[in-house]
Write a protein that binds this ligand. Sequence first.
Ligand SMILES: [Fe+2]
Length: 305
Amino acid sequence: MSKGQIVLGALAPHPPHLVYAENPPQNEPRAECGWEELRWGYERLRRSLAAVEHDVVIVHSPHWRTHVGHHALACPRFEGLSVDPVFPNLFRYRYALDVDVELARAIVDEGRAEGLEMRPMENPRFRVDYGTIISCHMTDPTWSRPIVALSSNGAFFYYSDDVGQAEMIALGRATRRAVEATGRRAVLLASNSLSHRHFTEEPQLPEDMTHEHIYHHGQYLWDMHVLRLMREGRSRELIDAMPDFIEQAVSECKAGCLTWLLAALDFPEYPAEVHAYGSVIGTGNAVVEWNPARAGQPAAPGSAP
Ligand SMILES: [Fe+2]
């Protein structure tokens, strides 16, 4: 078997509004429009993906929170109805997805070798979280590849940001080794938003974009700083800044997805491509691609932000 590799990584946020606005047949509610900038960013990510041969998508989602250790979906197929608990008016989605169980088990084994508490999720009636479903749907609406979904351990919340960071970096290393050992060509998705300050009242028409904007300039400045670090290939600095970002921008990076992704990519020094940035209920969201084919390319000097 030839050595596997991570062929592309992406920050692929999961606001249910994006699926709602796309009106796919799996989702019951219907929308007129909305959040086009982010949805068109996802279209650009899909075009990149179409040019990259891959066997599997691995996703790390904030909304499969596990209290003890890290879990991985490990049944061949999961089906059900996913309802967003905060926005049931926007997201009632019938899903049916296939899992690469061999790879899931390899990640569990490699995580254990890192000293992590790891478990395969072997209950076929387990309800897959909406973060996993939305990131996967927006990246590939046809669900053309099997997935591996990883839970978000709550170490950031129960211990500290430092403990959480260490756990996610170890999980990233384990993921990378499992991909290589199983010969997979894997796409990795980190499902979190960036800044995460919500509005508190939903407009009568959810897709009324006159209400959609970031609500705190400090949050915006943090998002721009983080995107600059990504675009300039400064992912080690981004890892170092993560605890401050999490605290000061109430960032959803506290779920660990982005740290896991950067670690799995071995802290890329090549420039990431930002396909889109936009707000959803006031939170900052970016669709960002790390393509190892760009390794060695310098960031554009003076690129902004
Ligand atoms: Fe979320």
